[in-house]
Design a protein around this ligand. Structure first.
Ligand code: G3P
Ligand code: CA
Length: 283
């Protein structure tokens, strides 16, 4: 009997010590596994460090890498179709030239959106927004960026229609977020999709955002998503106090990911999802 009690006590002590050791050396031992929250891992334009951004290859890679979300830049063609592309011209990421909004869907899908990144991606197309959400709904989170919406009147309604048609606007769809640098567009979208969380993107010009501005954002946004270069402990605290979460962009090195972990952000938007997974106990 005494022997059984001793073995049980020993087992409890070992279990307790395993789960209270500092989880990651670079955090100075301040947090234990028990205290850590999950860091949300968002693949920026898909896993764009590994495959051409905003293509199905990049989204598929993010899915394979078990990222929590794919981030998608949504723009609109001349004939009103929603597509995924970051720049407002096709010059950098395809074999074509000119403005996105000057192409019809048929024309833009004839472009090669993969070979600029690597020969193994020759033939990748610019995908439609509907193709992406039909492929990945329920499989991975969708962080939808309305990219330069001022160039595409009605883009907020088009995105809302696509989601509503599929019943993806209901409160149970927890892993859909809409964001934009254009905060008026975020407000418009929030009015159309009241159950979907929205985020304001904040470039370096927002380094000195005031508490009043944060409170105003929080009237329609659930996320304040800043450029990583303006992230400080104090900013993260103030955003949290305003009731919003912080998903910060764009991590392209392990050091940058480590810094954001230290700053206690809620999510990391990265070209390389593996940098976010290298933190044992946090994912
Ligand atoms: O999701 C944040 C990030 O995508 C914003 O910057 O220029 O890469 O769209 P950008
Ligand atoms: Ca983006």
């Amino acid at each position: 009997m005494i022997r059984k009690v001793t073995i049980l006590s020993l087992a409890i002590m070992i279990f307790a010590s395993v789960f209270t050791i500092p989880a990651f050396a670079s955090n100075g031992g301040a947090q234990t596994v028990q205290q850590q929250k999950k860091m949300v891992n968002i693949a920026h334009r898909g896993a764009s460090g590994h495959a051409p951004e905003n293509t199905m290859a990049a989204f598929e890679k993010a899915f394979e890498m078990k990222a929590d979300y794919i981030e998608i830049d949504v723009q609109m063609t001349k004939d009103g179709e929603l597509i995924a592309i970051h720049d407002t011209t096709v010059n950098r990421t395809t074999n074509g030239t000119g403005s996105v909004g000057d192409y019809t869907l048929e024309e833009i899908q004839q472009l090669d959106a993969g070979s600029w990144f690597g020969q193994e991606f020759v033939g990748e197309r610019i995908p439609t927004f509907e193709e992406i959400i039909d492929t990945y709904r329920g499989k991975i989170g969708l962080l939808i960026e309305l990219k330069s919406p001022e160039l595409y009147p009605g883009v907020e309604e088009k995105v809302a229609e696509a989601l509503i048609e599929r019943n993806m606007h209901k409160p149970n769809n927890k892993k859909i977020i809409i964001q934009s640098f254009n905060h008026e567009s975020v407000q418009q979208s929030k009015e159309l999709l009241q159950n979907i969380p929205h985020g304001v993107l904040a470039g370096t010009a927002w380094a000195n955002v005031t508490d009043e501005q944060l409170a105003q954002f929080a009237t329609y946004a659930d996320f304040f998503n800043p450029n990583m270069n303006i992230v400080t402990d104090e900013l993260v605290d103030r955003v949290h106090n305003s009731g919003m979460k912080v998903y910060s962009y764009t991590v392209r090195t392990q050091e940058q990911a480590d810094n954001l972990f230290e700053r206690n952000v809620d999510g990391i938007i990265t070209d390389f999802p593996e940098y976010v997974y290298r933190h044992p106990g946090k994912n």
